[in-house]
Design a binder for this molecule. Structure first.
Ligand SMILES: [Zn+2]
Length: 510
């Protein structure tokens, strides 16, 4: 019921007919006319002063339109209208199944989130999609199938090793079923358990299954610091051998000795593209990431002082690693490793090793063991270089109720700080990277462009004031300058509040 096939067919054939024309004999249903706006249609072209008419869940007409009696007229006040933003790397999965109202996404202009990232997806996806459809969702949701999830179904707790050929075959079967539920493709998290124990060939074999089904591959690559160049080589090889589009998740150079090497990275990616590998990237606009303590120890040698020293010297300094949650010692939340070391009267290396060990002991004993950290490892020059690459789209890597401000501020931060203040991108190019490019990079159809027949996901915003306000200390602060947001033609965000309309759809791969 939520996929009017007729219109999709008309669009594919290039017949850009408004959906109202297909139901002409019915009584005129209410439409929305958004007038007095500058339209950035998502393609990267210049802003145009036009009006846009929405009918049902679709964009019906664009141009110099005059109000009709059935129109609910919205005066855009001369502000900018664009397609709703598409977050190609989101961790909204859990919050959405719990009924979150989507404020973190909608308040920064996001109308579609892509989940099942970093190798972890809700299992089985069909049940997840059912739950969302039944509950109603504030934004559209698409999902990848997690490689780690598939590996876990087959190998269970015995995962700290290469998979056998028979196990890879079983993984292929599980993946194929999940892809049939409408996933966009295969995601991996090769810096995390259990993906870190997989061989390249295991991932290539699974990526072939995704590619054969018309899907894609998206990856938190095997290293974002110590062995980053090998990890880049790996994802390019996966694209070449499995013959499918590949996307690097939350692209970064997260180690001091890599700072300033953004050009080298872009050179490698351009060379791969020139050789026929369809490689793209997404990025969020912060110097600091959020993850667990374990990623500081890629060899999983948690008691090795040399490894801990290296992490604190090269990956993130003790005063820039903040625990955002810590099960064994909840009052450490909000403190840096340097502060905790001072409190304990010891050095940061000893402290880091103890923090990992205490969390591990707690997990084994069944006590609260969860730990998350925010750590600063990136350099602004590289963030800008990666952002400006024509094939990089914007993402959050955030949660709807998380501790990293990216969950509330990524897109508005790009528009305020990187477009208006620092001129890293033009406004129309930034919008392209948030809409049509994002849709193309993950294979979402009929969204990300304001054209007749497309779904009516729209954002009305003020380019002169738009900016993020969320910080690590106040991660859920609402952005400035996002005025109204529509999801599938329904007003979802207005006046700094969600409207409570759950107009989102589950997006399935065609
Ligand atoms: Zn990740």
């Amino acid at each position: 019921m939520r996929r009017p096939a007729l219109i999709l067919t008309a669009l594919t054939m290039g017949v850009l007919r408004p959906p109202t024309a297909l139901s002409a004999q019915a009584a005129p249903s209410p439409t929305t006319l958004i007038r007095n706006v500058l339209l950035l249609d998502g393609t990267g072209g210049d802003a145009r002063p036009v009006a846009v008419r929405l009918a049902g869940d679709r964009i019906a007409e664009i141009g110099n339109l005059t109000p009709r009696p059935a129109d609910n007229v919205v005066d855009g006040g001369g502000l900018t209208l664009s397609p709703g933003f598409i977050d190609t790397h989101s961790h909204a999965d859990r919050a959405l199944t719990r009924g979150n109202d989507g404020l973190g996404a909608l308040s920064q202009g996001i109308t579609t989130v892509v989940v099942g990232e970093d190798g972890g997806s809700p299992y089985p996806l069909a049940a997840f999609f059912d739950t969302l459809s039944r509950r109603g969702i504030p934004v559209n949701v698409a999902a990848y199938v997690g490689h780690g999830t598939v590996r876990d179904r087959v190998m269970g707790k015995d995962y700290k090793r290469r998979a056998t050929d028979a196990e890879v075959s079983r993984m292929k079967e599980v993946l194929a079923v999940e892809l049939k539920s409408g996933a966009l493709g295969l995601s991996s998290g090769l810096e995390y358990d259990p993906g870190i124990y997989s061989s390249r060939s295991e991932v290539v074999e699974l990526a072939k299954v995704a590619g054969a089904a018309g899907g894609r591959y998206i990856s938190h690559i095997r290293s974002e610091d110590r062995t980053e160049w090998d990890a880049i080589d790996e994802i390019i090889e996966i694209g070449r051998k499995a013959k499918l589009p590949v996307q690097i998740s939350h692209t970064k150079l997260a180690m001091k000795s890599l700072w300033g090497k953004g050009d080298s990275l872009i050179h490698l990616l351009n060379r791969a593209r020139a050789e026929g590998v369809n490689i793209t990237a997404d990025e969020y606009p912060y110097r600091y990431w959020q993850s667990g303590l374990s990623v500081l120890f890629p060899e999983r040698n948690f008691t090795d002082r040399k490894a801990a020293e290296f992490a604190l010297d090269q990956v993130a300094p003790p005063n820039e690693i903040t625990l955002t949650s810590y099960g064994p010692h909840p009052d450490y939340a909000g403190k840096t490793v340097a502060q905790i070391a001072a409190e304990r009267g010891t050095d940061p290396v000893t402290t880091l090793i103890a923090l990992v060990k205490d969390a591990d002991d707690a997990r084994k004993a069944g006590r609260p063991s969860g730990e998350t950290i925010i750590a600063a490892s990136m350099d602004e020059r590289d963030i800008e270089k990666i952002m400006a690459w024509p094939f990089t789209n914007i993402c959050t890597d955030g949660e709807l109720d998380g501790r990293h401000p990216r969950g509330y501020g990524s897109f508005t931060r790009v528009l305020g700080r990187y477009v208006r203040e620092r001129h890293v991108l033009s406004l129309s190019e930034a919008i392209r990277k948030m809409t049509s490019l994002a849709a193309d990079n993950v294979g979402i159809m009929n969204r990300g462009r304001v054209v007749p027949g497309a779904f009516a996901d729209l954002v009305l915003f003020d380019p002169a004031t738009v900016i993020d306000n969320a910080t690590p200390a106040d991660p859920h602060a609402i952005s400035t300058g996002i005025i109204k947001v529509w999801v599938n033609g329904k007003l979802a965000y207005d006046g700094s509040k969600t409207t409570g309309t759950r107009g989102g759809m589950v997006i399935r791969r065609k």
